[in-house]
Design a protein around this ligand. Structure first.
Ligand SMILES: Nc1nc2c(ncn2[C@@H]2O[C@H](COP(=O)(O)OP(=O)(O)OP(=O)(O)O)[C@@H](O)[C@H]2O)c(=O)[nH]1
Ligand SMILES: [Mg+2]
Length: 471
């Protein structure tokens, strides 16, 4: 596949030690030749040899030299350059990487020079898309690249790294191969009914589909259900009436004084969001404005925002004061949150005798409750455990448990499961094999969507649009 040549700055914007410009495509090496002056050679000496720069540079080595504008001889920067000729590169095309100093101007000037030599600016994710289109990686591995970049916890990184190694791809392909074999058998039966191998007729096919397709599909779907929050995270809101200690808890969880805490009710007026890692789960936690009746227009806006946020949250920490009887506001807040996954957090237990606290109505019993002191940090470990348990159940976080499909994969796995199940039923019911074959073919296609064999163009575009430029 001969593609045009793309280039981009691959490192984040800003000042730093090095910035990298990546070039990929058929002109990558000649562009490098035009603008790179290798140390130890005058430009003339290596241009007079009839060897191309490609031949002059060993692949996958870093060469020291300068970027020089061929039009006017202006030296832009002292750099290290690596040439990675096809097919041994990220994209499987000719790739050149130039390590310049990292500054906005030097990177922009070097990139402009590269573009002037005929490359075009890469689109977001285009290098990885080329790696996928060239067949070096499948779609799950391409998705893992973005997951690695976006990982917010070690566990999320572990999941993404496993996917990048191809663990999910292999599991999906193994199931797909089984279904392909079955399809071949079924087609043989359709074409040559008299020579039928017994595999279909005596029920062996049913067992093969059940054990080698349906079972592993169920395992993968279960992995998603149990553990997808390790990669996707959860949104958690801390709500309660004014002054119960919501901001104090937020600061405790973040281990710094991010939010203003004061004895004045109504201190927090805006919604404050931060990301933290609770037992390996990326949690976006929001401290909210205390919920109560007020005429203050700024507080009113804060309260509206809180109510919207509650709707979007996966988990709500409903905080009450250990030292005070429940107020009308508490009952009203419970009404808003009782249908959500929530935890009643009884705060300020340092102010009351051990075991004491407000009388919690029996009707609230369905919601787990925990006692803490946000001020002194008491009960925080137990609260984190409870957050993790409510979010993940008892799912074990063992290293072998890191093949976790994403939502896109899960939807395809479920469709495959449903079709495979219906194929089994059809075989058992002696449905004509032509019809069984349709189910099996569609089940195969569902798996093909995961790895990128039968994925719709717009879905592929959408996946790569999540990337940054230069990846
Ligand atoms: N004794 C005691 N005081 C606490 C505890 N948690 C918070 N406080 C105090 O309670 C007061 C209010 O705390 P905040 O964290 O600002 O409460 P809030 O719920 O964010 O209040 P608003 O933003 O006004 O809704 C502060 O004086 C805190 O120091 C606790 O566990 N024990
Ligand atoms: Mg507050």
């Amino acid at each position: 596949m001969e593609q045009d040549t793309i280039a981009a700055v691959a490192t984040p914007v800003g000042s730093g030690g090095i910035g990298i410009i990546k070039i990929s495509g058929r002109d990558a090496l000649s562009i490098a030749e035009a603008i790179f002056q290798k140390t130890g050679n005058t430009p003339d000496s290596w241009r007079t040899t009839d060897a191309h720069l490609v031949a002059a540079l060993h692949s996958h080595r870093l060469y020291h030299g300068h970027i020089v504008d061929p039009d006017n001889g202006r030296v832009l920067d002292e750099v290290l350059l690596a040439a990675m000729p096809a097919p041994h590169s990220y994209t499987r095309e000719d790739v050149v990487e130039i390590n310049t100093h990292s500054g906005r101007v030097v990177l922009a000037a070097t990139l402009a020079l590269v573009l002037k030599q005929g490359a075009r600016l890469a689109e977001p994710g285009e290098f990885t898309k080329r790696a996928y289109l060239s067949g070096r990686i499948d779609l799950t591995q391409a998705e893992a690249v973005i997951d690695i970049i976006n990982s917010r916890t070690d566990k999320a990184l572990e999941i993404a790294a496993s996917q990048m190694r191809g663990d999910l791809k292999q599991k999906v392909e193994a199931i797909r191969d089984i279904l392909l074999d079955i399809l071949t058998e079924i087609e043989a039966v359709i074409d040559f009914p008299e020579d039928v191998e017994d595999i279909i007729k005596d029920g062996k096919a049913v067992a093969v589909i059940a054990n080698k397709a349906i079972e592993p599909l169920k395992v993968l779907i279960r992995q998603y259900d149990n553990a997808h929050i390790l990669r996707d995270g959860i949104k958690m809101a801390v709500v309660g009436k004014p002054n119960v200690g919501k901001s104090s808890l937020m600061n405790r969880l973040l281990q710094n004084d991010r939010v203003i805490v004061s004895p004045i009710p109504g201190t927090t007026r805006d919604l404050i969001e931060e990301t933290l890692n609770i037992r390996g789960i990326p949690v976006v936690v929001a401290d909210t404005a205390g919920l109560h009746e007020t005429d203050d227009p700024v507080e009113v806006i804060g309260i509206q925002k809180t109510e919207e946020y509650i709707n979007r949250s996966d988990l709500v920490l409903f905080m009450i004061d250990a030292g005070e009887p429940l107020a009308r506001e508490d009952y009203r807040i419970y009404e808003t949150i009782h249908n959500k996954r929530s935890i009643i957090v009884v705060n300020k237990i340092d102010l009351v005798d051990k075991g004491a606290g407000p009388d919690i109505p029996d009707t609230w019993a369905q919601t787990p409750a925990i006692k803490i002191s946000a001020l002194y940090g008491e009960g925080l470990g137990a609260l984190k455990d409870l957050i993790a348990k409510i979010s993940m159940g008892d799912f074990p976080l063992e290293p072998e448990n890191v093949t976790i499909p994403n939502l896109r994969h899960k939807i395809a796995l479920e469709r495959c499961l449903q079709l495979a199940t219906s194929a089994v039923e059809a075989i058992k019911n002696k449905t004509p094999f032509e019809l069984v074959a349709i189910d099996v073919q569609e089940a195969i296609d569902a798996l093909g969507e995961i790895v990128g064999l039968t994925t719709r163009e717009d879905v592929i575009d959408q996946i790569f649009s999540r990337f940054c430029i230069g990846k």
